[in-house]
Structure formats: C-alpha cells, structure tokens
Design a protein around this ligand. Sequence first.
Ligand code: GLU
Length: 453
Amino acid sequence: MSAKSYVNDTLELIKKYSSRQPIFLQCATEVLKSVTPLLEVNKTYEKHSVLERLVMPERTIIFRVVYIDDKGKAQTHFGYRVQFSSALGPYKGGLRFHPSVNLDILKFLAFEQIFKNSLTGLYIGGGKGGANFDPKGKSDAEIMRFCQAFMSELSKHIGYSTDVPAGDIGVGAREIGYMFGAYKKITSKFDGTLTGKKITWGGSLARKEATGYGTVYFSEELLREKGMDFHNRICVVSGSGNVAIYTIEKLQQLGAKVVAVSDSDGYVYDKDGIDLALLKDIKENLRLRVSDYAARKKGAVFVSKVNYEKGTNGIWSVPCDYAFPSATQNELSLEDAKNLHKNGCKLIAEGANMPCTLDAQKYILENKILYAPAKAANAGGVATSALEMQQNANMTSWTFDEVDEKLHKIMKDIYLRTSDTAKEFGFEHNLLAGANIAGFRKVADAMIDQGYI
Ligand code: GLU
C-alpha cells in the first residue's frame, strides 16, 4: 500500500470510531499527513501496524466528580484522564479545567503531547486529563472541594512511574496544591506524582516560567538562522495565563515590545507596551480580567470580543512583527493569518496547543511566514516538568539558573532536531513537518521495539 493510502485509511478509521471528535481528527490529520514521507521510505511502520495502534489511546478513564458548592448544592462534572502512549515513559501531561472540556479535546491534547514529549528527548509518554468544570468565579473553598473530589478518583490511576499529571488551562499552582494534598492523604505518599508544585514543597524553580520562556528560546533559534532577533520588534501575545505572561517577560528581556494581550472576553491594546507588573498583579494575584488592566492603565484600550469581525480573533488585527498565539486551540483562523501577513508579521510562534487551524497553518507555510509549531515551540513546560521529576527522584533542588540553563539547552536541541529532520526530508522551511516526523519516529520505533501491546 502507498504511504498516502495507509494514512488515509487510518484517518478513515478515526472517523469511523471517533465520529464526534473533530478536534482530535484535526490533530491526527496534521500529524499523519506530515509523517507520510517517512512512511514512504520506511515500510516497517506499516508492517507493524504502527498508525492503527498509535491513534488509539492505551487507556481512557472517565469518571464522575461530585462536590458541594458554597450554597450546599451537589454539583456534578465529568472527570477524564486519557493515557495515550507510554512508549517513551510514564504518561505525562497536564489537567485542564474548563467548561469546554470533553473527550474530543482531551484526546487531541494527549495525542499532541505524545510527540511533544518525544521531542524533548526525555523519558516521558503522553497523556492529558481534566474536567468540564469552570474555575472562573468559584470561591477558594469550592476550588479546593472540587480538586479533592477529582483526586479521590484520579489517585487510583496515577503514580510517579505510571502517570504524572500537571497543570494546563484552569489548573495552576493553587489547584495542583489542593490535588497534591488530596493525593497524599489518600495514598499516604509524598512523591513526584504531580508536577507544577510550589517550590517550598517539591516544585522546581523556573517551571512556572518554562513554557513561555521556552517558546521564546525556540523562536530565537529560528530567527537567528534568518539573521533576525527580538530587539525593538513589536509583538502580540494572545492569552494572559501562565504561558502568555512568561512569554511576555522573556520577550521584554530580549528587547521586544509587546502591545497586546487577551482573554476570553476580548483583547487589550497598549501602544506603550504591556506593563508586566500590572498584568501579573491583575491575573496572578487579583484573578481579574484584561479589561481590568485597561481600566487601570492610561492609554490602554480594551476591545470586547463582541466587536470582532466574524470568523476572526480581534487580537490578530493588531499590526505586529511577531505573533505568539498563547491562549487555546483554533484561536487563529485563515482570516487571522491573512490579516497578520497583510500587516507585515514575520513570525508566528505557538505557545498554546494547536492554536492555528489547518487552513491557517497551510497559508502560513505557503506564504513563508516563519512558523514555530506548538509541539516543538511550547515543549519547554513539560520538559521542565520532567526536570522537576528528576529533582524529586533525587530529593534535591536546583537553582533557577541551573533549571533555566537546562531548559535553554533543551529548546536549542529541539530546534536542531526539528530543523535537521525537516531538511532530511526536503522541507527546509517547514518545521511543522520536521517536528511531526522527529517526534513520531522516536515513538514509533519504541513501539516496534516493545512488541505488540
Ligand atoms: N500542559 C502543559 C503542556 O501542554 C504541560 C504539561 C506538563 O507539564 O506535564 O505541555
């Protein structure tokens, strides 16, 4: 069979068995189509049914989570953990608490995580989990009770050598703390089963900063190869969570000016450059919205999403040299990519997971906009989680500079691995193909080595 037919047959299989999972299908389509050239030159993968095996999670756990809200009412949610692949190590990946969470989204995130984790060069498999719970507007006590209820089931399925969850959208240090406390109480174990812990009880310095810093380190390598840098460049960073905040911090350290950030209500344009201390206070301490940033900062304007043009995300109409989509999946459409291009944008670097739609990706590559794809560019977060696991296993802790230096080296290595693989297959400018092929090859080879399981 030709590699193209093998890929198409596998995608048909996904459509048949996961017919109501369009986002997982989108992600699988991207990965499988890009690895076609590898499957063409190496028929071993087809011989060992690697694709059919790889697109099916090793295990999926779906459970009920019930907690009591502040009014004394029982609230019920879906909890999930998708343990997708353990070919390279224990399942590793974050937990997302967001009302949009469902099996489709978690399968896409877990699948993406397999190849991202492979690219880090560390021994971690791929998984993801979460719940359709909205932390927005909940009291601290409600968050604690929800985390405890969630962990009362999840604890049965995780462990430092089996599955190591971390944070993602809606799950930060506070939630990890409550879940870690619950895990410890249920199992009587104090170990490295969760990452993203606070520094004082087993966390790693620089973990909080790692995804954002890593995205900038990766982009720096890409720009360097083209004789470009960040100095005096205008940047737009979507989102305002952990990834966005530390992307902005590193960009500012390298001399760039970030003029816009966003959240699910809209975006803020600040022509003088985002005041990071104010943004951190608003988001990390006060847990407020970016509209509150605009209300407190002279010269900053808030544009509500109700005013966005149909089919677009308003923040991408802000002219910039470099764009960092760091909010969520499919936040940058074909129209948005065209807008960015028209306004002279030279680089799109993905801090979020799969922020560009398939047609936006195609447009970006065809128009030779520099493109740092998510599974390579944002791998710094999970890589530093693996460094946290290493520190926990050795009962030690490294300084901020030690971790940051290791992160920097890991991102440089990921860049090399990605661009070398792209060149090997004749796609000089296509890091997406490079990342997918390099990530896939290592996992697929390990699956063959380990037999049919
Ligand atoms: N949620 C993050 C990601 O998308 C980090 C996962 C982790 O640290 O395990 O990669």
